[in-house]
Write a protein that binds this ligand. Structure first.
Ligand code: CP3
Length: 341
């Protein structure tokens, strides 16, 4: 099916665009009253993720309500550890929790390499969402980057420092590599399944990149991201490593189309470090959206000018926070869609 709006795909490939395209990380979620309504009808977050009809409905909501240039499939990065044998629970107001975690090399031999079939509910949700979108905008698929998934599998929950996961890198480096390879192989299978189901573009989220040293990041993170980029090159891929200022030069060498920036990364400096062959995505501080409409417009236009007219996909520098007003998010989107260089 031909897409009626393919701005994001063209921007990712470095082709000419009439205006800068925009989507928002965590757009399919709690800032929308429409989402909360569907969520309230459900048993819980996981039921929503695992029921393709509901996942489809909330994936399309931001396209209708906010007017973004892409949908992202409603799911979570934690479906991969679950498919490998570590089930998670999403605890209200607290976040994810795993009853089993990885502690030893023996635990690693117990878990499996996931196939796309193990995540059939996401694959079915992508097929249904593609059908329901009917070519309006592209659909973005995603997965967690191996280091971030590893961190949850060791830690068993969120953490400020991820010190248990880092301890594993220092004390059991060989086992760490074994687990990272299993996660990488599972992620490649999963992303290939997403493409076969219709995903037009992909994003890897390395949310906990910032707790590693530059050297550790090369050894335990970038190496595996690089394998994924090489293996999954049928559609444009964005790599977003939060707080990984030190990894920007290395990310410029990845076999991917776009690099996501967070708001702590200077735009001109990032362009210089990453080079001209990548599209940059980002990077507004989500907290700007707590500000008044005039400030949101002014700062958004400043950001657009700093990135320039081509090879930019506008976004926030991390996900929307749950208490951001929907109309403020819409103001950010509208400002971008109305702006012309
Ligand atoms: O971007 C989107 O709108 C698509 C859906 C999406 C979700 N999670 C839905 C979700 C995506 C892309 C994710 C990715 C994700 N999940 C990441 C990487 C991005 C990032 O924010 O750094 C991470 C680290 C997770 C793990 C996770 N999932 C945590 C820590 C939490 C709890 C805290 C929180 O953000 O709410 C979740 C829950 C979650 N994932 C919710 C949503 C909409 C909230 C659940 C609810 O509605 O109660």
């Amino acid at each position: 099916m031909t897409l009626k709006n393919d701005l994001i795909l063209r921007a990712a490939r470095g082709e000419k665009v009439e205006r800068t395209p925009v989507w928002l990380m965590r757009q399919a979620g709690r800032v929308l009253p429409e989402y909360r309504e569907v969520r309230a009808k459900m048993g819980g977050f996981k039921e929503l993720v695992e029921t393709p009809e509901f996942a489809c409905e909330v994936s399309i909501q931001p396209v209708d309500v906010l007017g973004v240039d892409a949908a992202i499939i409603f799911s979570d990065i934690l479906v991969i550890p679950e498919a490998m044998g570590l089930p998670y629970q999403m605890i209200e107001a607290k976040g994810p929790w795993f009853e089993k975690t990885i502690k030893t090399a023996a635990d690693i031999s117990q878990i499996k390499t996931a196939s796309a079939d193990d995540l059939h509910y996401v694959i079915d949700a992508i097929k249904l969402t593609k059908k329901e979108l009917n070519g309006r905008v592209p659909l973005i698929g995603f997965a967690g980057a191996p280091w971030t998934i590893f961190a949850y599998m060791i830690e068993g929950s969120g953490s400020k420092t991820f010190s248990r996961a880092k301890k594993f890198l220092y004390t059991q480096p060989d086992a760490a590599h074994q687990l990272l390879q299993k996660i990488t192989d599972s992620t490649i299978n999963y992303l290939k399944g997403q493409i076969a189901a219709g995903a037009d573009m992909l994003q890897l989220f390395d949310s906990w990149a910032g707790v590693l040293s530059p050297e550790q990041y090369n050894e335990f993170a970038l190496k595996y991201i690089s394998q994924i980029c090489d293996a999954v090159s049928e559609v444009p891929m964005t790599v977003f490593a939060k707080d990984a200022q030190f990894a920007r030069r290395g990310m410029g060498k990845l076999n991917c189309s776009a690099i996501g920036l967070d708001w702590t990364m200077d735009i001109a400096e990032s362009r210089e470090m990453i080079g001209s062959s990548k599209t940059l995505q980002g990077n507004m501080d989500p907290c700007l959206l707590y500000s008044d409409y005039g400030t949101i417009k002014k700062e958004t236009i400043k950001m657009l000018k700093a990135f320039g007219p081509q090879r930019h996909i506008a976004n926030l520098g991390h996900g929307l926070y749950p208490d951001i007003e929907k109309d403020k998010a819409k103001c950010f989107v509208d400002t971008i869609k109305e702006f012309r260089f």
